[in-house]
Design a protein around this ligand. Structure first.
Ligand SMILES: Nc1ncnc2c1ncn2[C@@H]1O[C@H](COP(=O)(O)OP(=O)(O)OP(=O)(O)O)[C@@H](O)[C@H]1O
Length: 312
């Protein structure tokens, strides 16, 4: 779960700082002036639609790409100029294609340990990540969840201060995804800062202390999950099937209503808490019953669509 704001306020040190980052491919901007700071010890999410520039941004943080302009610092170091030093501070999740299918889990852990001067002991890491019974298994034979666990272990093997996880849970079943979330929280609880790229709202909402929503190469919003939800124009969704004829315009005229839609006889009103009382009073006055009445809070999903659609 997200830590309370008080815990966040006590941290001031930014371990990653991105300022005015720009990167184009063949003249087409992929990242177009992105700025954000990641505080030490937090899980910082980068959320955005396909092609928004998320991976390009984190690849610049990892020193795998050189920015066209702007600056990136990891613990005050330039990831390109000081690549070796940054590699010791920052663990990056591998892509599946980067591990040989015939390598066993043990061989992969030993190989990656050998890349560092002072690696973490891989044995307790393997134990914590539930990989001990898989040490002799070849990478190609592992399930999706087991591969992800191995990737987390390899990202942590250099004992980094920051770990970058890009689409870590894509393709996992719901249980494996939840297990992976728990692991990410454990990593953060050990004091490692996590930079998490994700498409999944639920994942971002559950794990991230703060989220940068990136859209078309720019930061559309940067806030806590609750802060992003609060920015949504409508924070409450009321849906019901009226027992008799009801004019949408009467609902639209109620206080704080952002939108009213009717699909197959079911009415959905987006508004605020105040709207709920107003809808119920209106229906009571008209002698209409609200069948299967549901009232829910706006999700990060809605906020995300709001924030990214504005820019279409
Ligand atoms: N090596 C490359 N050469 C040319 N264009 C690229 C390259 N890498 C990315 N792009 C383009 O840059 C834009 C941003 O891509 P990027 O992978 O950073 O986005 P993303 O937000 O991570 O997307 P996704 O969620 O789909 O992975 C896209 O339009 C993509 O097609």
């Amino acid at each position: 779960m997200c830590r309370p704001p008080a815990a966040r306020e006590s941290r001031a040190m930014e371990i990653v700082r991105v300022n005015g980052l720009r990167k184009a491919y063949g003249g087409r901007p992929a990242v177009d002036g992105v700025s954000f700071g990641v505080e030490e010890g937090e899980i910082f999410g980068i959320l955005g639609p396909n092609g928004a520039g998320k991976t390009t941004t984190v690849e610049c943080v990892e020193g795998l790409r050189t920015p066209d302009s702007g600056t990136v610092e990891v613990a005050g170091l330039d990831p390109v100029a000081d690549h070796e030093k940054v590699t010791r501070l920052l663990g990056a999740q591998l892509q599946e294609s980067e591990l040989q299918p015939k390598l066993t889990v043990r061989e992969a852990l030993e190989l990656y340990s050998s890349f560092y001067e002072r690696p973490a002991d891989w044995r307790p890491l393997a134990e914590r990540l539930g990989l001990v019974s898989k040490l002799g298994d070849r990478f190609a034979k592992l399930s999706g969840g087991q591969k992800q666990r191995l990737f987390i272990a390899l990202a942590l093997i250099g004992d980094p201060r920051v770990v970058v996880l890009d689409e870590l849970t894509t393709g996992l079943d719901p249980r494996a995804r939840r297990d992976t979330w728990q692991l990410i929280e454990e990593v953060r609880d050990r004091g490692v800062t996590v930079l998490l790229v994700t498409h999944f709202m639920e994942e971002a909402q559950r794990l991230c202390d703060r989220i940068a929503v990136i859209d078309k190469g720019r930061v559309a919003a940067l806030d806590t999950p609750a802060g992003l939800i609060g920015r949504s124009t409508a924070s409450t969704v009321i849906s019901f099937t009226p027992s008799g004829p009801l004019d949408e315009r009467d609902l639209a005229a109620l206080p704080q209503v952002a939108s009213v839609t009717t699909t197959d006889g079911r009415i959905v009103v987006h508004g605020t808490d105040e709207t709920v009382t107003a809808v119920i009073s209106l229906l009571a006055g008209l002698g209409i019953t609200a069948r299967q009445l549901r009232v829910s809070e706006t999700s990060l999903d809605d906020a995300f669509l709001d924030l990214t659609e504005e820019r279409l």
